[in-house]
Design a protein around this ligand. Structure first.
Ligand SMILES: [Zn+2]
Length: 466
Protein backbone atom coordinates (compact mmCIF):
# COMPACT_ATOMS: atom_id res chain seq x y z
CA UNK A 1 0.00 0.00 0.00
CA UNK A 2 2.69 2.40 1.05
CA UNK A 3 4.92 1.57 -1.91
CA UNK A 4 2.05 2.10 -4.32
CA UNK A 5 1.30 5.41 -2.69
CA UNK A 6 4.90 6.55 -2.85
CA UNK A 7 5.20 5.49 -6.49
CA UNK A 8 2.02 7.31 -7.34
CA UNK A 9 3.22 10.44 -5.58
CA UNK A 10 6.56 10.24 -7.34
CA UNK A 11 4.84 10.08 -10.71
CA UNK A 12 2.60 12.99 -9.77
CA UNK A 13 5.41 15.15 -8.45
CA UNK A 14 7.51 14.40 -11.51
CA UNK A 15 5.31 16.80 -13.45
CA UNK A 16 3.48 18.93 -10.94
CA UNK A 17 2.89 18.64 -7.22
CA UNK A 18 -0.83 18.41 -6.48
CA UNK A 19 -2.35 21.58 -5.23
CA UNK A 20 -3.30 21.63 -1.57
CA UNK A 21 -6.82 20.36 -0.97
CA UNK A 22 -9.71 21.81 0.98
CA UNK A 23 -9.05 19.75 4.09
CA UNK A 24 -5.45 20.92 4.22
CA UNK A 25 -6.61 24.51 3.81
CA UNK A 26 -9.00 24.17 6.72
CA UNK A 27 -6.27 22.74 8.92
CA UNK A 28 -3.83 25.44 7.78
CA UNK A 29 -6.32 28.17 8.64
CA UNK A 30 -6.91 26.64 12.06
CA UNK A 31 -3.18 26.63 12.91
CA UNK A 32 -2.69 30.09 11.44
CA UNK A 33 -5.47 31.61 13.50
CA UNK A 34 -4.35 29.81 16.64
CA UNK A 35 -0.80 31.16 16.17
CA UNK A 36 -2.06 34.74 15.68
CA UNK A 37 -4.15 34.34 18.83
CA UNK A 38 -0.99 33.61 20.82
CA UNK A 39 0.27 37.11 21.66
CA UNK A 40 4.01 37.09 20.99
CA UNK A 41 4.55 40.86 20.80
CA UNK A 42 8.15 41.63 21.49
CA UNK A 43 9.09 42.78 24.03
CA UNK A 44 8.55 40.56 25.98
CA UNK A 45 7.96 38.07 23.14
CA UNK A 46 7.05 35.02 25.18
CA UNK A 47 7.60 33.04 21.98
CA UNK A 48 7.70 29.80 23.98
CA UNK A 49 3.90 29.90 23.98
CA UNK A 50 3.91 29.64 20.18
CA UNK A 51 6.76 27.11 20.24
CA UNK A 52 4.79 24.91 22.63
CA UNK A 53 1.74 25.05 20.36
CA UNK A 54 3.88 23.94 17.40
CA UNK A 55 5.53 21.24 19.53
CA UNK A 56 2.18 19.75 20.40
CA UNK A 57 1.01 19.69 16.78
CA UNK A 58 4.27 18.21 15.46
CA UNK A 59 4.64 15.61 18.18
CA UNK A 60 1.05 14.47 17.71
CA UNK A 61 2.11 13.67 14.15
CA UNK A 62 5.13 11.69 15.31
CA UNK A 63 7.63 14.38 14.31
CA UNK A 64 10.34 14.84 16.96
CA UNK A 65 10.89 18.38 18.20
CA UNK A 66 13.67 20.17 20.04
CA UNK A 67 13.36 23.44 21.92
CA UNK A 68 16.38 25.71 22.37
CA UNK A 69 16.24 28.74 24.64
CA UNK A 70 19.18 31.02 25.37
CA UNK A 71 20.32 31.31 28.98
CA UNK A 72 18.01 33.35 31.15
CA UNK A 73 15.12 33.50 28.66
CA UNK A 74 13.21 30.21 28.92
CA UNK A 75 10.11 32.11 27.72
CA UNK A 76 11.76 32.80 24.35
CA UNK A 77 12.45 29.33 22.97
CA UNK A 78 13.35 28.48 19.37
CA UNK A 79 11.92 25.26 17.94
CA UNK A 80 13.51 22.82 15.50
CA UNK A 81 11.88 19.76 13.90
CA UNK A 82 13.46 17.57 11.28
CA UNK A 83 12.05 15.16 8.72
CA UNK A 84 14.86 12.86 7.70
CA UNK A 85 15.70 12.34 4.05
CA UNK A 86 17.92 9.76 2.38
CA UNK A 87 20.92 12.07 2.64
CA UNK A 88 21.54 12.37 -1.11
CA UNK A 89 21.44 16.13 -0.87
CA UNK A 90 22.03 18.67 1.90
CA UNK A 91 19.00 19.83 3.94
CA UNK A 92 16.38 22.45 3.17
CA UNK A 93 15.58 24.83 6.03
CA UNK A 94 12.04 26.20 6.29
CA UNK A 95 12.11 29.03 8.77
CA UNK A 96 9.72 31.62 10.15
CA UNK A 97 9.86 33.77 13.25
CA UNK A 98 7.35 33.47 16.07
CA UNK A 99 7.60 37.00 17.51
CA UNK A 100 5.59 39.99 16.29
CA UNK A 101 5.99 43.75 16.66
CA UNK A 102 3.87 45.53 19.30
CA UNK A 103 0.39 46.93 18.65
CA UNK A 104 -1.40 50.16 19.51
CA UNK A 105 -4.77 48.67 20.31
CA UNK A 106 -6.69 51.90 19.73
CA UNK A 107 -5.68 51.84 16.05
CA UNK A 108 -7.32 48.47 15.43
CA UNK A 109 -10.93 48.06 14.28
CA UNK A 110 -10.81 44.47 15.60
CA UNK A 111 -8.93 42.60 18.33
CA UNK A 112 -5.30 42.48 17.09
CA UNK A 113 -4.95 39.00 18.57
CA UNK A 114 -8.39 37.74 17.62
CA UNK A 115 -7.49 36.44 14.12
CA UNK A 116 -10.88 37.86 13.14
CA UNK A 117 -12.16 36.82 9.71
CA UNK A 118 -13.87 39.66 7.91
CA UNK A 119 -14.29 40.74 4.26
CA UNK A 120 -12.18 37.84 2.98
CA UNK A 121 -9.24 38.75 5.21
CA UNK A 122 -7.74 37.36 8.38
CA UNK A 123 -6.96 40.32 10.65
CA UNK A 124 -4.29 40.28 13.30
CA UNK A 125 -0.77 41.20 14.32
CA UNK A 126 1.54 38.75 12.60
CA UNK A 127 -0.98 37.89 9.88
CA UNK A 128 1.62 38.96 7.28
CA UNK A 129 4.71 39.02 9.48
CA UNK A 130 5.33 36.21 10.05
CA UNK A 131 2.67 33.76 11.17
CA UNK A 132 1.57 33.14 7.59
CA UNK A 133 4.98 31.62 6.77
CA UNK A 134 5.03 29.91 10.16
CA UNK A 135 1.69 28.17 9.60
CA UNK A 136 2.42 27.43 5.95
CA UNK A 137 5.79 25.82 6.79
CA UNK A 138 4.10 23.81 9.54
CA UNK A 139 1.50 22.52 7.08
CA UNK A 140 4.18 21.58 4.54
CA UNK A 141 6.05 19.51 7.14
CA UNK A 142 2.83 17.82 8.27
CA UNK A 143 1.84 16.99 4.69
CA UNK A 144 5.29 15.68 3.81
CA UNK A 145 5.22 13.41 6.87
CA UNK A 146 1.71 12.14 6.14
CA UNK A 147 2.44 11.48 2.48
CA UNK A 148 5.27 9.12 3.41
CA UNK A 149 7.22 10.51 0.48
CA UNK A 150 10.94 9.74 0.24
CA UNK A 151 13.05 12.86 0.65
CA UNK A 152 16.37 13.45 -1.08
CA UNK A 153 17.27 15.88 1.68
CA UNK A 154 16.25 16.52 5.28
CA UNK A 155 13.49 19.07 5.76
CA UNK A 156 14.23 21.24 8.78
CA UNK A 157 11.48 23.33 10.32
CA UNK A 158 12.76 26.28 12.38
CA UNK A 159 10.49 28.61 14.34
CA UNK A 160 12.81 31.23 15.70
CA UNK A 161 12.25 33.82 18.41
CA UNK A 162 13.37 37.45 18.53
CA UNK A 163 13.52 38.34 14.85
CA UNK A 164 11.95 41.77 15.19
CA UNK A 165 14.15 43.12 17.95
CA UNK A 166 16.93 41.02 19.32
CA UNK A 167 19.58 43.20 20.96
CA UNK A 168 21.00 40.31 22.99
CA UNK A 169 20.86 37.62 20.30
CA UNK A 170 18.37 35.05 21.61
CA UNK A 171 16.93 34.01 18.24
CA UNK A 172 18.76 33.22 15.02
CA UNK A 173 22.05 34.58 16.41
CA UNK A 174 21.82 32.10 19.28
CA UNK A 175 20.86 29.22 16.98
CA UNK A 176 23.73 29.93 14.60
CA UNK A 177 26.25 30.36 17.41
CA UNK A 178 25.22 27.43 19.62
CA UNK A 179 23.18 24.96 17.57
CA UNK A 180 24.19 25.47 13.98
CA UNK A 181 24.40 21.71 13.34
CA UNK A 182 20.63 21.59 13.99
CA UNK A 183 19.82 24.05 11.21
CA UNK A 184 22.73 23.78 8.77
CA UNK A 185 21.31 23.47 5.25
CA UNK A 186 22.07 24.05 1.59
CA UNK A 187 19.01 26.24 1.10
CA UNK A 188 16.59 28.19 3.28
CA UNK A 189 13.13 29.57 2.55
CA UNK A 190 11.60 32.25 4.76
CA UNK A 191 9.92 35.68 4.72
CA UNK A 192 11.19 38.39 2.38
CA UNK A 193 9.30 38.01 -0.89
CA UNK A 194 5.75 38.09 -2.14
CA UNK A 195 3.28 38.34 -4.96
CA UNK A 196 1.90 41.71 -6.07
CA UNK A 197 -1.72 41.66 -7.13
CA UNK A 198 -3.24 44.29 -9.39
CA UNK A 199 -6.26 46.14 -8.00
CA UNK A 200 -8.37 43.59 -9.90
CA UNK A 201 -6.60 40.74 -8.10
CA UNK A 202 -4.33 39.57 -10.93
CA UNK A 203 -0.78 38.50 -9.97
CA UNK A 204 1.64 40.85 -11.76
CA UNK A 205 4.97 40.58 -9.92
CA UNK A 206 6.54 37.78 -7.90
CA UNK A 207 9.49 38.83 -5.75
CA UNK A 208 12.09 36.63 -4.09
CA UNK A 209 14.39 38.14 -1.49
CA UNK A 210 17.97 37.28 -2.40
CA UNK A 211 19.89 39.87 -0.42
CA UNK A 212 19.27 42.69 2.06
CA UNK A 213 20.73 45.87 3.41
CA UNK A 214 22.55 45.85 6.75
CA UNK A 215 21.46 48.06 9.67
CA UNK A 216 24.55 49.94 10.88
CA UNK A 217 23.10 52.58 13.21
CA UNK A 218 25.17 55.29 14.83
CA UNK A 219 24.71 58.22 17.18
CA UNK A 220 26.07 61.66 16.41
CA UNK A 221 26.99 63.30 19.67
CA UNK A 222 27.79 67.01 19.90
CA UNK A 223 29.43 68.36 23.03
CA UNK A 224 29.89 71.94 24.21
CA UNK A 225 29.79 73.88 27.43
CA UNK A 226 26.55 74.22 29.37
CA UNK A 227 25.39 77.72 30.14
CA UNK A 228 22.64 80.22 30.79
CA UNK A 229 20.02 80.47 28.09
CA UNK A 230 20.33 84.24 28.14
CA UNK A 231 23.94 84.12 26.87
CA UNK A 232 24.51 82.67 23.37
CA UNK A 233 27.56 80.43 23.06
CA UNK A 234 29.50 79.52 19.93
CA UNK A 235 29.87 75.93 21.17
CA UNK A 236 26.12 75.33 21.74
CA UNK A 237 25.83 71.55 21.30
CA UNK A 238 22.37 71.78 19.78
CA UNK A 239 23.50 74.21 17.10
CA UNK A 240 26.48 72.02 16.18
CA UNK A 241 24.36 68.90 16.11
CA UNK A 242 21.72 70.56 13.93
CA UNK A 243 24.37 71.51 11.38
CA UNK A 244 25.55 67.90 11.28
CA UNK A 245 22.02 66.54 10.89
CA UNK A 246 21.31 68.89 8.01
CA UNK A 247 24.46 67.68 6.23
CA UNK A 248 23.92 63.93 6.67
CA UNK A 249 20.21 64.30 5.91
CA UNK A 250 21.01 65.84 2.53
CA UNK A 251 23.95 63.50 1.83
CA UNK A 252 23.76 61.92 -1.60
CA UNK A 253 25.57 58.66 -1.01
CA UNK A 254 26.79 56.90 -4.17
CA UNK A 255 24.39 54.83 -6.30
CA UNK A 256 25.63 51.26 -6.68
CA UNK A 257 23.97 48.12 -8.04
CA UNK A 258 24.63 44.43 -7.46
CA UNK A 259 23.44 41.29 -9.31
CA UNK A 260 20.08 41.31 -7.56
CA UNK A 261 19.26 44.99 -8.02
CA UNK A 262 20.57 45.02 -11.60
CA UNK A 263 18.28 42.11 -12.53
CA UNK A 264 15.44 43.70 -10.56
CA UNK A 265 15.59 47.00 -12.46
CA UNK A 266 16.22 45.33 -15.84
CA UNK A 267 13.08 43.21 -15.47
CA UNK A 268 11.06 45.99 -13.91
CA UNK A 269 11.86 48.12 -16.98
CA UNK A 270 10.46 45.41 -19.29
CA UNK A 271 7.05 45.61 -17.63
CA UNK A 272 6.86 49.37 -17.02
CA UNK A 273 5.34 52.23 -18.98
CA UNK A 274 7.86 53.99 -21.31
CA UNK A 275 8.70 56.89 -18.99
CA UNK A 276 9.27 54.59 -16.01
CA UNK A 277 11.23 52.11 -18.12
CA UNK A 278 13.51 54.91 -19.32
CA UNK A 279 14.19 55.87 -15.70
CA UNK A 280 15.01 52.32 -14.63
CA UNK A 281 17.26 51.85 -17.65
CA UNK A 282 19.03 55.12 -16.84
CA UNK A 283 19.58 53.87 -13.30
CA UNK A 284 21.37 50.85 -14.78
CA UNK A 285 23.92 53.14 -16.45
CA UNK A 286 27.02 53.80 -14.42
CA UNK A 287 26.33 57.53 -14.18
CA UNK A 288 22.67 58.09 -13.37
CA UNK A 289 21.78 61.78 -13.82
CA UNK A 290 21.20 63.95 -10.79
CA UNK A 291 17.61 64.63 -11.86
CA UNK A 292 16.87 60.89 -11.72
CA UNK A 293 18.10 60.69 -8.17
CA UNK A 294 15.88 63.59 -7.18
CA UNK A 295 12.89 62.04 -8.93
CA UNK A 296 13.38 58.74 -7.09
CA UNK A 297 13.93 60.50 -3.75
CA UNK A 298 10.61 62.28 -4.15
CA UNK A 299 8.54 59.56 -5.83
CA UNK A 300 10.12 56.13 -5.30
CA UNK A 301 12.17 56.43 -2.11
CA UNK A 302 12.25 52.68 -1.47
CA UNK A 303 13.77 52.09 -4.91
CA UNK A 304 16.42 54.78 -4.31
CA UNK A 305 17.16 53.05 -1.01
CA UNK A 306 17.78 49.81 -2.94
CA UNK A 307 20.75 51.36 -4.70
CA UNK A 308 22.31 53.51 -1.98
CA UNK A 309 23.49 53.25 1.59
CA UNK A 310 20.84 55.34 3.32
CA UNK A 311 21.25 57.67 6.29
CA UNK A 312 18.06 58.59 8.12
CA UNK A 313 17.90 60.64 11.37
CA UNK A 314 15.26 59.02 13.59
CA UNK A 315 15.65 60.17 17.23
CA UNK A 316 17.04 63.20 19.07
CA UNK A 317 17.94 63.84 22.66
CA UNK A 318 19.05 67.12 24.21
CA UNK A 319 18.28 69.66 26.86
CA UNK A 320 16.99 69.79 30.43
CA UNK A 321 15.23 73.15 30.55
CA UNK A 322 14.17 76.08 28.38
CA UNK A 323 16.82 78.35 29.93
CA UNK A 324 19.73 75.89 29.97
CA UNK A 325 22.21 75.43 27.10
CA UNK A 326 22.82 71.68 27.06
CA UNK A 327 26.41 70.45 27.14
CA UNK A 328 25.49 67.46 25.00
CA UNK A 329 23.05 66.70 22.21
CA UNK A 330 22.63 63.49 20.26
CA UNK A 331 20.81 62.09 17.27
CA UNK A 332 20.32 58.47 16.19
CA UNK A 333 20.97 57.77 12.52
CA UNK A 334 19.36 54.67 11.06
CA UNK A 335 21.98 53.74 8.48
CA UNK A 336 21.10 50.91 6.10
CA UNK A 337 24.20 49.83 4.26
CA UNK A 338 24.48 48.17 0.87
CA UNK A 339 25.68 44.59 1.46
CA UNK A 340 29.19 45.34 0.19
CA UNK A 341 29.64 48.70 1.95
CA UNK A 342 33.04 49.29 3.56
CA UNK A 343 31.79 50.77 6.85
CA UNK A 344 35.06 52.25 8.25
CA UNK A 345 35.50 54.07 4.93
CA UNK A 346 31.85 55.16 4.96
CA UNK A 347 32.17 56.63 8.47
CA UNK A 348 35.38 58.42 7.44
CA UNK A 349 33.47 60.01 4.57
CA UNK A 350 30.66 60.98 6.96
CA UNK A 351 33.15 62.56 9.32
CA UNK A 352 34.67 64.63 6.51
CA UNK A 353 31.17 65.68 5.43
CA UNK A 354 30.21 66.83 8.94
CA UNK A 355 33.57 68.53 9.30
CA UNK A 356 33.01 69.62 12.91
CA UNK A 357 35.33 68.53 15.74
CA UNK A 358 32.51 69.12 18.25
CA UNK A 359 30.51 66.25 16.73
CA UNK A 360 31.61 62.63 17.05
CA UNK A 361 30.23 59.48 15.45
CA UNK A 362 29.51 56.62 17.82
CA UNK A 363 28.43 53.26 16.38
CA UNK A 364 25.56 51.57 18.22
CA UNK A 365 26.91 48.14 19.04
CA UNK A 366 25.08 44.99 20.13
CA UNK A 367 23.73 42.06 18.17
CA UNK A 368 24.38 43.20 14.59
CA UNK A 369 23.20 41.58 11.39
CA UNK A 370 26.36 40.06 9.88
CA UNK A 371 27.35 40.77 6.27
CA UNK A 372 27.04 37.90 3.82
CA UNK A 373 27.02 37.32 0.09
CA UNK A 374 23.72 37.67 -1.80
CA UNK A 375 22.05 34.36 -2.56
CA UNK A 376 22.68 33.10 -6.07
CA UNK A 377 20.28 33.67 -8.96
CA UNK A 378 21.44 30.49 -10.72
CA UNK A 379 21.05 27.98 -7.86
CA UNK A 380 18.81 24.92 -8.00
CA UNK A 381 16.51 26.56 -5.42
CA UNK A 382 16.18 29.82 -7.30
CA UNK A 383 15.37 27.95 -10.52
CA UNK A 384 12.68 26.00 -8.67
CA UNK A 385 11.18 29.22 -7.31
CA UNK A 386 11.02 30.64 -10.84
CA UNK A 387 9.50 27.42 -12.16
CA UNK A 388 6.79 27.29 -9.52
CA UNK A 389 6.05 30.99 -10.13
CA UNK A 390 5.49 30.28 -13.80
CA UNK A 391 3.14 27.41 -12.88
CA UNK A 392 1.11 29.34 -10.33
CA UNK A 393 1.35 32.88 -11.67
CA UNK A 394 1.78 32.65 -15.44
CA UNK A 395 2.44 36.04 -16.98
CA UNK A 396 3.74 37.59 -13.76
CA UNK A 397 7.27 39.01 -13.81
CA UNK A 398 9.72 37.40 -11.38
CA UNK A 399 11.99 39.89 -9.64
CA UNK A 400 14.87 39.01 -7.31
CA UNK A 401 14.81 41.64 -4.60
CA UNK A 402 17.11 43.30 -2.14
CA UNK A 403 15.19 44.17 1.00
CA UNK A 404 15.88 47.61 2.43
CA UNK A 405 14.99 46.12 5.82
CA UNK A 406 16.75 43.21 7.46
CA UNK A 407 15.84 39.65 8.36
CA UNK A 408 17.20 36.45 9.85
CA UNK A 409 18.52 35.60 6.39
CA UNK A 410 21.48 37.87 7.19
CA UNK A 411 22.65 35.26 9.69
CA UNK A 412 21.93 32.23 7.49
CA UNK A 413 23.57 33.80 4.43
CA UNK A 414 26.62 34.69 6.52
CA UNK A 415 26.88 30.95 7.32
CA UNK A 416 26.75 30.01 3.64
CA UNK A 417 23.09 28.93 3.42
CA UNK A 418 21.58 30.08 0.11
CA UNK A 419 18.51 31.82 1.55
CA UNK A 420 15.46 33.04 -0.31
CA UNK A 421 12.54 35.18 0.83
CA UNK A 422 9.05 34.26 -0.31
CA UNK A 423 5.62 35.51 0.70
CA UNK A 424 1.89 35.72 0.10
CA UNK A 425 -0.06 37.74 -2.45
CA UNK A 426 -1.35 41.25 -1.71
CA UNK A 427 -2.27 44.37 -3.62
CA UNK A 428 0.12 47.27 -3.21
CA UNK A 429 -2.62 49.25 -1.50
CA UNK A 430 -3.24 46.47 1.01
CA UNK A 431 0.46 46.22 1.79
CA UNK A 432 0.64 49.96 2.29
CA UNK A 433 -2.40 50.21 4.55
CA UNK A 434 -2.40 46.81 6.24
CA UNK A 435 1.16 45.57 5.84
CA UNK A 436 3.87 44.22 8.11
CA UNK A 437 4.47 46.55 11.10
CA UNK A 438 1.49 48.70 10.04
CA UNK A 439 -1.04 50.14 12.45
CA UNK A 440 -3.34 47.33 11.30
CA UNK A 441 -2.25 44.07 9.67
CA UNK A 442 -4.32 41.63 7.64
CA UNK A 443 -3.93 38.98 4.96
CA UNK A 444 -6.30 37.79 2.27
CA UNK A 445 -7.47 34.37 3.35
CA UNK A 446 -6.95 33.02 -0.17
CA UNK A 447 -3.35 34.30 -0.10
CA UNK A 448 -2.60 32.09 2.89
CA UNK A 449 -3.60 29.02 0.88
CA UNK A 450 -1.63 30.29 -2.11
CA UNK A 451 1.49 30.67 0.02
CA UNK A 452 1.19 27.15 1.42
CA UNK A 453 0.57 25.77 -2.06
CA UNK A 454 3.61 27.62 -3.41
CA UNK A 455 5.83 26.40 -0.58
CA UNK A 456 4.60 22.83 -0.98
CA UNK A 457 5.31 22.82 -4.71
CA UNK A 458 8.77 24.34 -4.18
CA UNK A 459 9.59 21.81 -1.45
CA UNK A 460 8.37 18.90 -3.57
CA UNK A 461 10.55 20.04 -6.48
CA UNK A 462 13.70 20.53 -4.44
CA UNK A 463 13.41 17.78 -1.83
CA UNK A 464 11.23 14.88 -2.95
CA UNK A 465 13.05 11.86 -4.36
CA UNK A 466 12.33 11.15 -8.00
ZN1 LIG B 1 9.18 39.30 9.79
Amino acid sequence: MKIVKVLLLTVLFGCLAPATDKKDDEELLRHYRALIQIDTSSPPGNESNAANYLKKVLEAEGIPVKLFAADGVPNRANLVARLKGNGKKRPLLLMAHTDVVPVQREKWPVDPFGAVMKDGYVWGRGSKDDKDKLASNLMVILRAKRSGVVLDRDLIFLAEAGEEADPTGIGITFMVAKHFDEIDAEFALTEGGGVTLSAAGKPTIVTFGTTEKLPRRVKLIATGVAGHGSVPRLDNALVHLSGAIAKVGAWETPIRLNDTTRTYFERLATMSAPAEAARYNALLQSSAPESLRQYLAANEPSRLSMVTTSVVPTMMKAGVGPNVIPSEAEVTLDIRALPDEDMPKFFDAMKRLINDPAVRIEPITGNLRPPGPPSRLDSEMYKVLEKVSRQMYPGAVVLPTMSTGSSDMAQTRAKGIQSYGIGPASTEADNLNYGAHGDVERLLESSLYGLADFTWRAVSEIAFAR
